[in-house]
Design a protein around this ligand. Structure first.
Ligand code: ATP
Length: 270
């Protein structure tokens, strides 16, 4: 059994420009991530301890993972990715070992960002469930807390965690020096949807008749992931219609849009 299962190391290629909307959020993340890594000397000169953890929460498919990658790219940091669900499903002790090993490798590869997806699976409130697997979650959580507390001396390592269920996260993780910053990543508003459609059509040949603004208006409640899918599908519809097509037309976008229903509901958003 490989101890590095589920861990990938790279400096991601995604940039802030690949993410539509979220202007303020990107600015906040930029400061929180890039400054401590790029200007760590300035922080220690002033005796200011940089942030150790950031929690991103919001509905699925709205770019939490992509934001974490863009932050790593901007800071030219190694990117380590862990999934709470995967850790949880491992054999006894294996999940904790992988957690410790990842922090260890992140130290060696610093500056590093450890991205922790589905964090609530591991960092769920203690005593919150009666299942016999509670012990698994508690051991993983206490390992995570130990590792995060140990980051004090380690420079240039930041943990970014993502969850759709922020209320399920154990309060112990929210103490200062752990997840100091909590950011909500909302579903895209009109302007953001327009920008997302732009991002995902910039490498496509689309006809002048395609009105991205109108499509943005007609796709309320669509997530970034769904908009990305819409663009790709429109291209496939165009090819299915005519395999020698040279552009994707508005009617292709319309066909796909009319066949899709957003997964989010108004109640979830408001
Ligand atoms: P989950 O909670 O399911 O892990 P997530 O919030 O982490 O989802 P991502 O994995 O970052 O979402 O996004 C899914 C896909 O949707 C990505 O491929 C990304 O390109 C696209 N996407 C989502 N939001 C945006 C956006 N604002 N701009 C451009 N692309 C986006």
């Amino acid at each position: 059994p490989s101890i590095t299962r589920g861990v990938t190391v790279e400096i991601p290629k995604v940039t802030w420009e690949d993410i539509g909307g979220l202007k303020e959020l990107k600015k906040k993340l930029q400061q929180a991530v890039e400054w401590p890594i790029k200007h760590s000397a300035a922080f220690s000169r002033l005796g200011v301890s940089p942030m150790r953890g950031i929690l991103l929460h919001g509905p699925p498919g709205c770019s939490k993972t992509t934001l974490a990658k863009a932050a790593a790219h901007a800071a030219q940091a190694s990117f380590f990715s862990l999934s709470g669900a995967e850790l949880y499903s491992m054999y006894v002790g294996e999940g904790e070992a992988l957690l410790r090993n990842t922090f260890q490798r992140a130290r060696l590869a610093a500056p590093s960002i450890i991205f922790f997806d589905e964090a609530d699976v591991v960092a769920a409130k203690r005593g919150g469930s009666s299942s016999s697997n509670v012990a698994v979650g508690e051991r993983l959580l206490s390992t995570l807390l130990t590792e995060m507390d140990g980051l004090e001396e380690a420079k240039g390592i930041l943990v970014l965690a993502a969850t759709n269920r922020p209320h399920a996260i154990d309060a112990a993780l929210m103490r200062p020096g752990r997840f100091d910053l909590v950011l909500y990543v909302p579903p895209p508003d009109l302007e953001a949807r327009y920008e997302i459609l732009h991002v995902h059509t910039r490498n496509m040949k689309i006809s002048n008749g395609v009105d991205l603004r109108k499509i943005a208006e007609d796709t309320e409640l669509f997530t970034g992931a769904e908009l990305e899918g819409l663009c790709r599908e429109a291209g496939i519809v165009a090819l299915r219609e005519d395999i020698s097509a040279t552009v994707v037309c508005d009617r292709h976008f319309q066909t796909v849009k009319n066949s899709l229903k957003p997964a989010l509901t108004r109640e979830e958003v408001d």
